[in-house]
Design a protein around this ligand. Structure first.
Ligand code: DX5
Ligand code: ZN
Length: 219
């Protein structure tokens, strides 16, 4: 089995010292940067957008895993590619023509991700799973960091893993929301490949040591 990965979410970082936070992740055992873009329409919160991602891209030395919580993401696919984003994840619930959106993301040279809200069944990905590089399973309702993990996620991950295996797809399973040292190993045991962690990392005493601790849990 491939090694499981950790993607710290910069949403929980201190934006006043963003460059230091990025350097911390660069030097840590983390695998990706997770960037949460919120538009105040798809989710009831606004985070950051293109100018901030451009600044992050200047310093980040690991893949930029960008999670779009926005309506009509197709409008900005090229813009994010030009900013240097490596993985672009759109929400299933925001894409009436998901297959077309996935092709457009890949045509720009990025890995294509699909995020599913807690109420969205993994079965709805049956016909697209072979076209999806990453499924981002939301283990909280998107919009805010620091929420509690929804326990039903374990079953969802197991069901998604079964779907991926049955379809012989190469899709990675990424989990987002309320990840901590208690649930990390169980998530990986159910089939998760990548764990996003925001508050648990950045609100801890020693974020770099916390990333190491998470990596050791899932090794
Ligand atoms: C929530 C975002 C998450 C968030 C996770 O809408 O998609 O990536 O930053 O934060 P924690 O780990 O604090 O739940
Ligand atoms: Zn996210």
């Amino acid at each position: 089995m491939n090694k499981s990965m950790i993607a710290p979410s910069l949403l929980a970082s201190d934006f006043a010292i963003l460059q230091q936070e990025i350097e911390m992740v660069n030097q840590s055992d983390a695998d990706w940067f997770h960037l949460d873009v919120m538009d105040g329409v798809f989710v009831p919160n606004i985070s950051f957008g293109m100018p901030v991602i451009a600044a992050i891209a200047k310093h980040a030395k690991k893949p930029l895993d960008t999670h779009l919580m926005i309506v009509d993401p197709d409008r900005y696919i090229k813009t994010f590619a030009d900013l240097g984003v490596n993985h672009l994840t759109v929400h299933y619930e925001a894409c009436p023509h998901l297959h077309r959106t996935l092709q457009a993301i890949k045509a720009e040279g990025m890995k294509a991700g699909v995020a599913i809200n807690p109420h969205t069944s993994v079965n709805l990905l049956e016909d697209t799973i072979q076209d999806i590089d990453i499924v981002l399973v939301m283990s909280v309702n998107p919009g805010f960091g620091g929420q509690s993990f929804i326990e039903n996620t374990y079953q969802k991950v197991a069901d998604l893993k079964a779907l991926i295996n049955r379809k012989k797809a190469k899709t990675l399973i990424e989990i987002d929301g309320g990840v901590n040292a208690e649930n990390a190993k169980t998530l990986v045991d159910h089939g998760a490949d990548v764990l996003v962690a925001g508050s648990f990392v950045f609100k801890s005493e020693d974020p770099r040591a916390t990333i190491k601790e998470l990596k050791e849990k899932i090794a």
